[in-house]
Design a protein. Structure first.
Length: 404
């Protein structure tokens, strides 16, 4: 047993990063699956006329893709486009409300338990989606809002977990690896949902004609089961702070805690003094105790006024809003566009919708390693690196988006 612990927990921060990575994969699988399954849920005959006679329909494109396989309608719900849009967008109504409260919860309870509660809650709502859809569309909309509320706490708590477990020299790679789970989650979630939801033929005794059935509810049940199992693993392997981990080596714990302490500015404290950002104590406090005090005794009031008057804060906010608007528009709308406008099947849809995110995950990891290299070698400052990455990435993204 000790040998196994030595192998698997030789670097506990890497285990934390891996768990964070898979957690975001599952979270995003449960977020994007309905973007694909709704194509099998809805009866296309409800607004077929508006689809083929709308001025927005790409008639020229139709001549290019009309070789695609004929659409098979297995939908049981007669929802119009407005209702479908509300179902897809309702998630974000809840998502936007719990971002800041999520950070407060991280400080109070630790990111481990907040993330666990969010993941388990999302799994439960995922199980309920097929039943809610069959009861009323309004109930499904409410369920999607609840999913958004639960997932809204995920990003600030994941950031908190990364901050607690990543030393400054590894932060870019650590962050890029964990958050690449978002991209892998979108890829796996949409691809698998497309493969499972694709209508399949079966034959009955009374008829020689094939009957097509879509097993779209299985998508939500499978994703929910995986999330429940992973949440149990999360409680065993993940801890909010290095000094709470029972299997961490002493050298790694001291390294991580001292890195965290070095991040604090010089200040007075009741039990000792601060020299170059490192506390020294007259009663020989351990780094564990200092780290605990640094999170409690040295907590300062949040300067909300200065935050809202800060130009850098507003620039980051504007960049984030602009990128997320386009990113989530693609995530939610691309499957519908590929299915209804370009005529691809549901299984092809899931795979094609995933291509941009595969490229994004590869590039983000490469850029993260390059960024850390430039920072460690002091070729460029951290601020310049962040600005360059943001500027170049958004410019390229904008150019390709406008060319579509």
């Amino acid at each position: 047993m000790n040998r196994l612990k030595e192998v698997f927990f030789s670097k506990c921060r890497y285990m934390i990063a891996t768990m964070g990575f898979f957690n975001l994969i599952l979270i995003y699988m449960m977020r994007v699956d309905i973007n694909v399954t709704i194509l099998a849920m809805v009866d296309d005959e409800v607004d077929k006329n508006s689809e083929y006679h709308s001025s927005y329909y790409c008639a020229n494109v139709y001549n290019i893709v009309n070789h695609q396989t004929t659409k098979i309608n297995t939908g049981e719900f007669k929802w119009n486009r407005l209702t479908q849009g509300l179902i897809l967008g309702a998630f974000f109504w809840g998502y936007i409300l719990t971002q800041i409260p999520g950070g407060i919860l991280a400080f109070r309870f630790g990111p481990k338990w907040v993330i666990f509660s969010s993941l388990l809650g999302c799994a439960i709502t995922e199980f309920c989606i097929p039943s809610a859809a069959r009861i009323r569309a309004e109930l499904l909309i409410v369920l999607r809002i609840i999913q958004g509320l639960l997932q809204g706490v995920m990003m600030p708590n994941t950031g908190c977990l990364i901050g607690n477990w990543s030393p400054p020299s590894e932060k870019s790679r650590f962050t890029a690896f964990v958050f690449s789970g978002i991209i892998f989650g979108a890829v796996i979630g949409q691809s698998l949902a497309g493969l499972i939801s694709q209508p399949r033929s079966s034959y009955s005794i009374e008829s020689t004609e094939p009957i097509y059935i879509s097993h779209w509810p299985l998508v939500h049940y499978i994703y929910g089961v995986i999330a429940v199992l992973f949440s149990g693993l999360w409680t065993v392997l993940v801890f909010s702070y290095p000094n709470q981990h029972p299997w961490i080596s002493e050298s790694e714990k001291q390294y991580l805690l001292s890195s965290s302490i070095n991040g604090y500015s010089k200040r007075d404290n009741k039990s000792g003094t601060t020299i170059n950002g490192i506390m020294t104590s007259t009663d020989s406090q351990s780094l564990d105790d200092i780290s605990a005090e640094s999170r409690i005794l040295h907590r300062k009031p949040v300067p909300w006024r200065k935050i809202f008057q800060s130009l850098p804060v507003w620039s980051i906010l504007i960049c984030h809003v602009c990128f997320n608007w386009s990113f989530y528009t693609l995530v939610t709308s691309m499957p519908t566009y590929l299915f209804r406008v370009l005529g691809f099947s549901i299984s092809e849809n899931g795979l094609l919708s995933s291509i941009p995110y595969i490229a994004q995950s590869i590039v983000s990891l490469l850029i993260a390693y390059l960024s850390d290299f430039l920072i460690v070698r002091r070729y460029l400052s951290t601020t310049v690196i962040r600005k360059l990455n943001n500027f170049i990435g958004k410019c390229i993204y904008c150019i390709f988006l406008l060319q579509q």
